[in-house]
Design a protein around this ligand. Structure first.
Ligand code: C2E
Ligand code: CA
Length: 951
């Protein structure tokens, strides 16, 4: 196997510098070759002379042709010289030019060789000597220019001499042979001399090149040096730094231009010296400067001295002198060097800064607030003593600038640390914002906190300042003042100022927690008459009595105030809805309207109330007061003895509902309610298996009112229990009446409002009493409760329902699917029936969501073993779908609307099957024709005496 040749790295890499030098040498050689125009021209002269000498010896044509040729060659060579000088790229094409030159020399050599041959052909030996002499001469002469480049020399010499030597040594004549040998020797000597000459020419060229480079480099260095000196001077001028050096041995001092400038002297007219420098030191600083300098000398260290100097024109400057001193072996200073800097402006700035700083800290300390300033990274920049004492902050916490220990110390004494921290975090996150709030410490201090983000002109955050002001004393004074000023001298109620404070608090609370509140403005009607007729003492006593009644009807938390005269106000914070405000106003009016017995006089006096109800959108306290005042004015102008809300929409709504509340109360007493019954049937047989009792109100003016309108009002006005109680008794009575009339036992479903369960043990007793007194078997009673009611009460009252179920009463979940989405309560609260809400049945079959819910509910019922009834079935299509999905019972207009008992009776007393004429499946719609109704015994139909007023 062949091994790879060993590579010599150096052999592959030509030394660029060497290469470069050789090239430069060659170029220079060629340049010198072409500078031999004179030598070439002299050659022509010699050729002319030689031709003239040979003119008579040789044939004229021969000599003439030779000279003509020679002349042409010289012409050619001279023009070569000319073009070479003109050529722009002559250095780059030096090699080409060189060969052209060598061609010229060799042709010239050949011509001389030919001339020698011509002459040597003559028989006379004298002519041979002439030939040898001429050839030796021209070859020796050619050394002048051609030895610069040896190939040029040889290319001339060899063709010129060789033919003559050969001709002579090949002659049989010993003299001629000797002459030939001598010529050859002479030529050899010339060759040696030529090569020596060449060497010395080359070394001279090399020397010249080297000198040239050196000069060039020197020039660049010099350039750079002067440039950097200029830069240095510029930099020194900008920084106001000059440098100086002092040679102690030679006692010479030198300084830069800037140093001269600093000392205010002109270098053209003034020679700087150490004395000059010392003379300009400010008299007050002389001792200090000398001391500092001496110390540096003693310690052999470099020195830095700041002192003032006074210039000739009296100007005072601050300078910073720094330097180093050099010693000889005997510790004598020999040399020192250093800088001097004009620091006047910096010094002025520092002084200003110091001044500003001390002013700032004086201000900080003088402030009554605890102040802390932090930078953009929340590191403590400054603080005052009051801040540290206020929070008992450990001094090391402040010293390090780390805010964490400071924060910890403050948080430790906060009454609501989380709230405090939340605020701090907020401001960390919003560095440019400002804000204020109030803090309370565990020691009972009240601190007002104000903070502002610090910013640059361009709006960039640079830090934050925190102010803490102890307002404990102020708060105490306020509280004291409030207590003393709190009471209205006559009635002992709050005064107007306190009412305003309470109102402001209500507004703040409302904005914070979204709570609603109401302001009542109350004015007595015709109070002036009381004063005028019965005298002021009686008037005063009446006002006190009014105050008492207001106070006792308001809640503890409410603020009851007298604004002066017969004007009162109540700020009530626990009012959730306008209706509640209306109810309270009614109550106040009715209480105030009751007669007063004062000093033997029975006084009747009415009042008017103006109300402003608000939530978080509430305006300021004064606006609220003026609203309530306007509302009061309206109440008075519209007939007194009533109340008005500030907004008319609120007023109208509240008024109708409050009026309805009063009417409902009356309706119960006057027996204005009646029941209708809606059948519930099985899908497969069409049998009526139950009815739902639904209440109606026969309003004396409005006619029949639907439950949706009055049930919510009954609930709000606390009448629902009474109403449901009435329904329960009458429904049970009706069911019992049907039983007595021989109708097969029917399930009687009764709706119960959620508010029933507030007193559920009473409810339980009520139900049991209704069943016992009417004699209706419990198994025939079903209670309908909504999911919401169940969820609210299932945990508390599960046992009540459990006991009722144990007695055979069934429980149905009304409007299933509209309340809680969690079905967990079905497990916790066992029930007997689920009523699919009519809003889902209504969606059948088009609404896919309804389809899914209805199907799922039916499936759920099957899984849990709970009966399912669909409400609000209106079409045959809905009925068929429910049947297909496995629902067994339905209720809805498809079969029957809720009917009066008299209208329902014919259906029940017949087959009990709701049928449509011509319908074969047993499923059909009701057709109540009066002619088909079988008359029931009258006592069975009419509720027993006192049905509307259950015991
Ligand atoms: P509810 O318990 O969901 O009663 C069913 C309501 O749906 C009844 O309205 C009934 O007339 C109506 N309804 C039945 N089938 C259809 C139908 O196919 N299509 C349509 N569009 N509606 C149908 P009503 O009688 O106006 O009762 C309304 C609500 O008033 C009841 O809803 C119930 O929550 C309440 N309510 C009625 N009577 C009483 C009562 O005596 N006591 C209590 N606490 N609430 C009652
Ligand atoms: Ca119901």
């Amino acid at each position: 196997m062949a091994t790879a040749p060993e590579i010599q790295p150096n052999a592959l890499i030509e030394h660029p510098a060497a290469n470069n030098d050789n090239n430069e040498l060659f170029v220079e050689q060629v340049r010198l070759l072409f500078e031999t125009r004179g030598v070439i021209a002299i050659g022509l002269v010699i050729a002319g002379l030689s031709a003239a000498a040979a003119w008579r010896l040789l044939p004229v044509w021969m000599v003439g042709a030779w000279f003509a040729l020679y002349f042409l060659v010289v012409l050619g060579r001279l023009s070569l010289c000319h073009y070479q000088r003109q050529a722009a790229d002559r250095d780059a094409t030096a090699r080409k030019w060189c060969w052209r030159f060598v061609a010229g020399t060799s042709i010239t050599g050949i011509l001389w060789g030919a001339f020698g041959c011509f002459v040597l052909m003559l028989p006379d030996a004298v002519y041979h000597v002439f030939a040898v002499f001429v050839l030796g001469g021209v070859i020796a002469g050619s050394m002048i220019g051609n030895t610069t480049y040896l190939p040029a020399f040889y290319s001339y010499m060899v063709p010129a001499a060789l033919p003559a030597i050969v001709i002579m040594i090949t002659r049989p004549d010993p003299i001629r042979i000797e002459m030939g040998v001598m010529l050859a020797l002479f030529i050899a000597v010339l060759a040696v001399v030529g090569s020596n000459l060449n060497r010395s020419v080359l070394s001279e060229i090399r020397l010249r090149i080297a000198q040239g480079n050196l000069l060039e480099r020197q020039g660049t260095l010099f350039d750079k040096l002067s440039k950097s000196e200029a830069l240095m001077e510029e930099a020194q001028a900008i920084a106001h730094v000059g440098h100086w050096e002092f040679n102690q041995t030679a006692n010479s001092f030198a300084a830069s231009k800037e140093a001269y400038d600093i000392y205010g002297v002109d270098p053209a007219t003034f020679q700087a010296s150490l004395e000059m420098v010392i003379a300009r030191v400010h008299p007050d600083d002389k001792v200090m400067a000398a001391e500092d300098f001496k110390q540096a000398m003693a310690n052999h260290t470099s020195f830095r001295i700041e002192h003032r100097i006074v210039l000739d024109d009296g100007v005072v400057k601050f300078v910073h002198v720094a330097g180093k001193v050099f010693f000889d072996a005997e510790r004598k200073t020999v040399y020192s060097v250093g800088t001097v800097q004009d620091i006047t402006s910096r010094h002025a700035f520092e002084t200003q800064l110091q001044f500003a700083n001390s002013l700032q800290s004086a201000e900080l300390e003088a402030s009554p607030d605890g102040i802390m300033v932090v930078d953009a990274d929340d590191r403590i920049i400054s603080y005052n003593q009051r801040f540290a004492t206020m929070w008992g902050v450990p001094p090391q916490g402040l010293a390090t600038g780390d805010h964490a220990p400071v924060l910890a110390a403050v948080v430790a004494v906060m009454r609501e640390p989380e709230k405090f921290l939340a605020r701090v975090r907020y401001f960390y996150a919003h560095p440019l914002e400002s804000g204020e709030d109030e803090l309370e410490t565990l020691r009972g201090q009240f601190i007002e906190r104000y903070t502002a983000g610090l910013r640059t002109d361009s709006g960039q955050s640079v830090g934050r300042v925190w102010f803490f002001r102890d307002i404990t004393a102020r708060r105490r004074a306020e509280t004291l003042l409030l207590h003393s000023a709190r009471l209205d001298a006559l009635t002992g109620l709050a005064n107007r100022a306190i009412a305003v404070v309470a109102l402001q608090r209500a507004i703040t609370e409302s904005k914070r927690g979204g709570k609603t509140f109401a302001l009542f403005y109350i004015d007595l009607d015709h109070f002036k008459d009381v004063n005028d007729t019965l005298g002021h003492p009686v008037g005063d006593a009446l006002l006190c009595a009014v105050a008492g009644r207001l106070q006792s009807n308001a809640r503890e938390a409410d603020t009851v105030a007298r604004f002066g005269g017969d004007e009162f106000a109540i700020v009530a914070e626990g009012i959730h809805e306008p209706v509640d405000a209306g109810v309270l106003a009614e109550k106040l009016l009715s209480e105030l309207g009751k007669p007063y017995l004062i000093q033997g006089n029975t006084i009747r006096i009415g009042a008017s109330v103006g109300i402003d109800f608000h939530g978080p959108e509430a305006p300021d306290a004064e606006s609220l007061l003026s609203h309530a005042d306007i509302a009061l004015y309206r109440a008075k102008s519209e007939g007194r003895g009533g109340y008005r809300f500030f907004t008319s929409a609120m007023d109208a709504e509240v008024r109708t509902r409050v009026t309805m509340g009063a009417e409902l109360r009356n309706a119960l007493v006057q027996d204005q309610f009646f029941l209708v019954y809606q059948p519930q049937a099985t899908i497969d047989t069409g049998h009526i298996v139950g009815v739902e009792a639904l209440v109606r109100w026969r309003h004396p003016k409005r006619g029949v009112v639907e439950p949706q309108e009055f049930i919510p009002v009954a609930e709000r006005f606390g009448l629902i229990r009474e109403l449901d109680h009435w329904v329960l008794w009458n429904a049970c009575r009706q069911a019992k009446a049907w039983l007595l009339a021989g109708i097969a036992p029917l399930r009687m479903s009764v709706n119960l409002s959620g508010l029933e369960f507030k007193a559920s043990t009473d409810l339980e007793n009520d139900i049991l009493a209704a069943l016992a007194e009417t004699g209706l078997p419990p198994t025939q009673l079903e209670l309908e409760l909504t999911e919401t009611v169940l969820m609210d009460s299932s945990l508390k009252h599960a046992d009540v329902f459990q006991r009722l179920r144990q007695r055979g009463i069934t429980i149905a979940i009304d409007d299933f699917g509209t309340g809680y989405s969690s079905l967990g309560y079905l497990g916790r609260f066992p029930c007997d029936r689920i009523k699919i809400a009519q809003e889902f049945v209504k969606g059948l079959p088009s609404c896919s969501e309804s389809v899914a819910i209805v199907k799922a509910t039916i499936g759920l019922g099957h899984d849990l073993g709970i009966m399912v009834i669909a409400e609000g079935v209106e079409t045959r299509e809905q009925l068929d779908l429910l049947n297909d999905w496995g629902c067994r019972e339905v209720q809805g207009y498809y079969y029957s609307k809720p009917l009066a008992s008299t209208d329902l009776l014919p259906l029940l007393s017949g087959s009990g099957i709701i049928r449509v004429e011509g319908h074969t499946s047993g499923i059909g719609q009701v057709s109540s024709r009066p002619g088909q109704v079988r008359q029931m015994p009258s006592e069975a139909l009419s509720p027993p005496a006192g049905a509307g007023r259950p015991a």
